[in-house]
Design a protein. Structure first.
Length: 186
């Protein structure tokens, strides 16, 4: 198949991008046409549709992520601060315990924004609206993903049950608050 015909076929495929076209042309120039069919097959179908990101309320994602973060300030000081410090006494007494606190806070804000983005994508994809929808989404993701991930790690680390509950329920509450904000602000 001549290079001109290959280019014509590639241009007719609606989801072919420039990188695929260059890749296929390179193989065609080297007379390795056998790989050409695989390229067409892969580029013929959309691997990931990012159009959903156009429908995300980015301000709601930001506010949801920040609300999740500020919940942590209340959760780990006023609500469960004393008990949390008791469970983490060994870690808190290390000489480097306070080192990098600012970086830890920045990283945790970024991760909570990522969580809020995930909640917004799920809410958009499944058409979840209102505070009740946000509550259900937050409970689902909080228990099934966030708290479960914390507990899996803590089981192997042999952490106390109280610490499981404090940290796991924090993630559930954070998911609920972020999801309610995102679902109400759509």
């Amino acid at each position: 198949m001549p290079l001109k015909k290959i280019r014509q076929v590639l241009m007719e495929c609606s989801s072919v991008n420039t990188a695929s076209f260059t890749f296929a042309s390179t193989f065609a120039n080297r007379k390795k046409i056998i790989y050409f069919n695989a390229i067409i097959y892969v580029t013929k179908y959309q691997i990931m549709n990012t159009e959903i990101l156009n429908h995300i309320n980015w301000v709601a994602v930001l506010v949801g992520g920040l609300a999740y973060f500020f919940l942590g300030a209340i959760w780990y000081t006023a609500l469960f601060g004393k008990k949390w410090r008791e469970y983490n006494a060994a870690l808190m007494n290390e000489t480097n315990a306070g080192k990098g606190a600012a970086a830890t806070m920045v990283i945790s804000v970024i991760l909570m924004l990522v969580c809020s983005l995930g909640l917004a994508i799920l809410a958009e994809r499944f058409g979840i609206f209102g505070w009740m929808g946000g509550l259900k989404l937050g409970v689902l993701t909080g228990f099934c993903f966030a708290a479960t991930a914390v507990h899996i790690s803590y089981v192997y680390e042999k952490r106390p049950l109280g610490l499981h509950l404090i940290n796991g329920l924090y993630n559930v509450a954070g998911n609920i608050i972020a999801a309610i904000i995102i679902c109400c602000w759509r």
